[in-house]
Design a protein around this ligand. Structure first.
Ligand SMILES: Cc1cc2nc3c(=O)[nH]c(=O)nc-3n(C[C@H](O)[C@H](O)[C@H](O)COP(=O)(O)OP(=O)(O)OC[C@H]3O[C@@H](n4cnc5c(N)ncnc54)[C@H](O)[C@@H]3O)c2cc1C
Length: 398
């Protein structure tokens, strides 16, 4: 069977690409393959549900542009599809002078990225909006929202199928071969022929050949969340985030509210030896080998050893986790915790041990691979989709 475009991966990025491609190229035959029996099983279905404003990212970077445009597109999509969301706002918290200096950098970045009504709260002003929070200074970011990305994924799939798109679940891309006028793909459910191939495989993104991953390796990071009981959750009004370390693409342990009022603390970021939650032992062993034989990992760990130990302690001990949470809400204790879960994040890493900070895709001759789509790719998915699909369909990268 011949397709105009095959998209691999039924996470939020693949689904957004499928939705946008079918909307723009109505008559084209487009198929999306997902190896699992349902959509959004991995990162997209296990995230914090935050629609990020774009305050963190360097003005002019691909991430900043995609996030600020994606934020607006996503809110429009949520309204059009009657999917619940809430603009709750976020407080970025500084505990000392050096963090205040970082918040000032973020304030300038936010303004350059077009964010409105950013403001600083100091001392007692903080407790007028967040009575139980301990902070020297807090930066208020009103344009931060929450939603359920699984519902977004379902709506994207619904529109794609309604417009004539084809979704094949339980269908894994195993291999592909360039032919004269397209690509022959080998899947667990047979062979297909497509003019163009777009891979949005999340934690598996580096497994499609060196040319398409530029020798970058995906490092999986486990992110553990604690769920808070409703009596403590009701004490928190906003999303509350620490001042981030601008050298790393992680936001630090934070407090996020769900649409139903639940509050999660986390995630932390611990090196994981497996890339997916429910995979078998053999796959975990293969994932482990992949990491062991990647020289970049040793460079990353040696330059971030202190951080790695801190993250490990938080994963094995609730007390360590809470120690970090207590810096913001000193009253929090073990009795306020009702449960625990985790997600695994894909983070691309260069051979020299540096993490790839920006979103990254590699396009070559009819095939595109989305190599790095870490947070906030769920927020940015609709703008990323427009950019990537246009490149794949027009057949060139600028
Ligand atoms: C704990 C956590 C918290 C986060 N919080 C936020 C947040 O609040 N806001 C935000 O914007 N972002 C957040 N993110 C990031 C965001 O969730 C991800 O950036 C986004 O979901 C990536 O989407 P994706 O489609 O690239 O990957 P995924 O959702 O992982 O999807 C990839 C899909 O490809 C499939 N696949 C892989 N290989 C194959 C193959 N060979 N054949 C067929 N199918 C294949 C997989 O089964 C999977 O379904 C968070 C991530 C995590 C893990």
């Amino acid at each position: 069977m011949l397709f105009d475009l095959v998209i691999v991966g039924g996470g939020i990025v693949g689904l957004s690409c499928a939705y946008y491609a079918k909307k723009k190229f109505k008559s084209m035959k487009i198929m999306l393959l997902e190896k699992e029996k349902c959509l959004c099983k991995h990162q997209s279905g296990n995230n914090s549900g935050v629609i990020h404003s774009g305050i963190y990212y360097k003005p002019g970077s691909f991430k900043a542009t995609m996030t600020t445009i994606g934020y607006k597109k996503l809110l429009e999509f949520l309204k059009e599809n009657s999917i619940d969301f809430k603009i709750v706002g976020k407080l970025l918290v500084a505990k000392n002078d050096s963090e205040v200096a970082t918040l000032e950098i973020l304030y300038e970045r936010g303004k350059s990225n077009g964010l409105k009504d950013l403001r600083f709260l100091r001392g007692k002003e903080v407790n007028k909006v967040e009575p139980y929070l301990q902070a020297k200074v807090a930066l208020v970011v009103p344009q931060t929202a929450i939603t359920d990305f699984k519902k977004v994924g379902e709506a994207l799939a619904y529109h794609f199928i309604n417009a004539g798109g084809d979704i094949r679940l339980n269908t894994k891309l195993l291999d592909f071969d360039r032919k004269y006028s397209g690509v022959e793909i080998v899947t667990s459910k047979g062979r297909f022929f497509t003019r163009r191939l777009l891979i949005c495989a999340g934690t598996q993104a580096d497994r499609f050949g060196k040319e398409l991953s530029r020798n970058i390796k995906i490092i999986p990071f486990k992110g553990v969340f604690l769920y808070l009981k409703s009596n403590f959750a009701s004490k928190i009004n906003h999303l509350v985030y620490p001042t981030p370390n601008l050298a790393l693409p992680f936001l630090g342990v934070h407090f996020t509210k769900g649409l139903n009022g639940t509050v999660k603390v986390g995630p932390n970021a611990l090196l994981s030896f497996k890339r997916e939650k429910d995979q078998d032992y053999l796959q975990t062993f293969l994932d482990l080998l992949d990491i062991i034989f990647f020289q970049g990992i040793y460079k990353f760990v040696s330059s971030n050893a202190k951080l790695a130990i801190k993250e490990l302690l938080k994963t094995v001990s609730i007390n360590h986790f809470l120690r970090e949470a207590k810096v913001f809400f000193p009253d929090i204790s073990k009795v306020d915790v009702i449960g625990k879960d985790y997600g695994i994040r894909a983070q691309a890493c260069f051979k020299d041990g540096k993490l790839v900070d920006d979103f990254l895709y590699v396009y070559s001759n009819g095939i595109c691979n989305v190599v790095n789509a870490p947070s906030p790719a769920a927020t940015a998915s609709l703008s990323l989709a427009q950019k990537i699909v246009d490149i794949v369909m027009e057949g060139n990268d600028e």
